[in-house]
Design a protein around this ligand. Structure first.
Ligand SMILES: Cc1cc2nc3c(=O)[nH]c(=O)nc-3n(C[C@H](O)[C@H](O)[C@H](O)COP(=O)(O)OP(=O)(O)OC[C@H]3O[C@@H](n4cnc5c(N)ncnc54)[C@H](O)[C@@H]3O)c2cc1C
Ligand SMILES: NC(=O)c1ccc[n+]([C@@H]2O[C@H](COP(=O)([O-])OP(=O)(O)OC[C@H]3O[C@@H](n4cnc5c(N)ncnc54)[C@H](OP(=O)(O)O)[C@@H]3O)[C@@H](O)[C@H]2O)c1
Length: 362
């Protein structure tokens, strides 16, 4: 991954549209950022986030001399690393809490500290208040987060769009905590507000030959780069360029609330940019149905596409989704392609090496 953290450019939030329907367990938004960055569909956008205001204020109250703007922009406050816990233990731990913190440090620290934010550990273990400068010297810098770009520059060269799912997890006290970048984009950044961004080039690109067949697999937010690719294909069609076929596998929890981009996909289908669409809604029946189940149901045809030279693209969570999808393709090569188990694995590896099986996974 190559992005220069020192040289982010400034974008502005132009539009935020909630894609998840009412009653969804998820909170997914289409985020449009206006700026001058040059990009291609398939690239990533690094977002330099700000911490959620409630967590910044909570932490500032435990400190003397805190600068909220600095806490918001520059420091990791939503997770706790070992060096910080060690510093608390050695310098500012309360007597009654030292033993428990010592157990954390001598035990499986990562597991014990999972879900804790910096304010939680200070409240639990430290003599308060602390001088802000002492604490800040022991916090990690706030890192940019990557998002798969969900637009094509041919549609609007001054806008980059993302599809962002809000991260929300239960902290140790039972309260829900928001992730920094997803809450910044989906909730706190006002329309017109500034966001520091950086385009990161990737190899997740459509084949230079538009007549090549393509298979897209993107459940959940994994659909993001395929929206960009479909916009690109639609643009090529508008220039009368002939295209190969395109088969998209998408899924999420419930059709009624999580079928994001339904209307847009119908437009691409009507125009011919999208030839086939297979849907897998995992929680609409008493057993889970995932994208790889739909791939397997169509295994003979999928194999024919692969033999015919189709390029395969997978985007979304690495574990377990992308692994299970990859295993399904091995199974298809084994069953429909009549290859031995080892031969099927080798075949898939060859597809990966020759960039006919590309993954954008996280
Ligand atoms: C190449 C790439 C492309 C990506 N594309 C997209 C995309 O298109 N759309 C998208 O929505 N996301 C995408 N992501 C994920 C995205 O980068 C962020 O990781 C995601 O939005 C969460 O970031 P956050 O800042 O909101 O949460 P964070 O601030 O990173 O989370 C806060 C802290 O919470 C803790 N935490 C998180 N989850 C839990 C949990 N379940 N239990 C306990 N503690 C937890 C962790 O310690 C973490 O440090 C992509 C990632 C990569 C690497
Ligand atoms: N904590 C939160 O509130 C929250 C909210 C949104 C996203 N996230 C996290 O953000 C990341 C991206 O989320 P996302 O919205 O892109 O998608 P996602 O939440 O990972 O799910 C998208 C779809 O993929 C299904 N799925 C689960 N396991 C699978 C597998 N092994 N193979 C194929 N499909 C599988 C899901 O089904 P099931 O869920 O029914 O199993 C769902 O239908 C994930 O890491 C997710 O955990 C967290």
């Amino acid at each position: 991954m190559v992005f220069d953290k020192k040289l982010p450019s400034v974008g502005r939030l132009q539009r935020r549209i909630r894609l998840s329907g009412e009653g969804s367990a998820k909170d997914v938004h289409l985020i449009s950022i206006a700026g001058n960055s040059t990009y291609e569909s398939g690239d990533w956008l690094a977002i330099f986030p700000q911490n959620p205001p409630n967590q910044v204020e909570r932490l500032a109250k435990l400190l003397t001399g805190a600068d909220c703007d600095q806490l918001s922009r520059n420091f990791t406050i939503l997770s706790v690393h070992r060096r910080l816990a060690q510093w608390i233990f050695e310098n500012v731990a309360r007597k009654d809490a030292r033993d428990q913190l010592g157990e954390w440090l001598s035990g499986d620290f990562t597991t014990l500290a999972r879900g804790y934010v910096v304010a939680d550990v200070l409240e639990q273990f430290a003599s308060l208040p602390l001088a802000a400068e002492d604490l800040l010297a022991n916090l990690k810098p706030l890192q940019p987060r990557l998002y798969s770009i969900a637009s094509a520059p041919e549609v609007n060269s001054n806008t980059i769009e993302l599809i962002v799912a809000s991260a929300l997890y239960k902290g140790p006290t039972g309260k829900y905590y928001e992730g920094a970048a997803s809450s910044f984009l989906n909730k706190y950044l006002p329309i017109g507000g500034e966001v520091r961004i950086n385009v990161t080039k990737t190899h997740f690109k459509l084949s230079a030959d538009p007549q090549m067949d393509v298979i897209f697999i993107g459940p959940g937010t994994g659909i993001a780069p395929f929206r960009g690719f479909l916009q690109h294909r639609n643009f090529l069609l508008s220039r009368n360029i002939q295209l190969g076929r395109c088969w998209l596998f998408f899924g999420d929890q419930h059709r009624a609330t999580d079928y994001i981009l339904e209307e847009e996909l119908a437009i691409y289908q009507k125009a011919g940019a999208l030839s086939r669409l297979e849907l897998a809604f995992s929680r609409d029946q008493d057993h889970k149905i995932y994208v790889q189940d739909r791939i397997w149901e169509n295994c003979d045809e999928i194999w024919q596409w692969i033999v015919g030279g189709a390029h395969i693209y997978v985007c979304g969570t690495a574990m377990p989704m992308a692994r299970d999808v990859s295993d399904t393709f091995v199974r298809i090569a084994n069953t429909c392609g009549n290859l031995s188990e080892e031969g099927a694995k080798n075949y898939m590896q060859t597809l990966q090496k020759s960039r006919r099986y590309l993954q954008d996974i996280y």
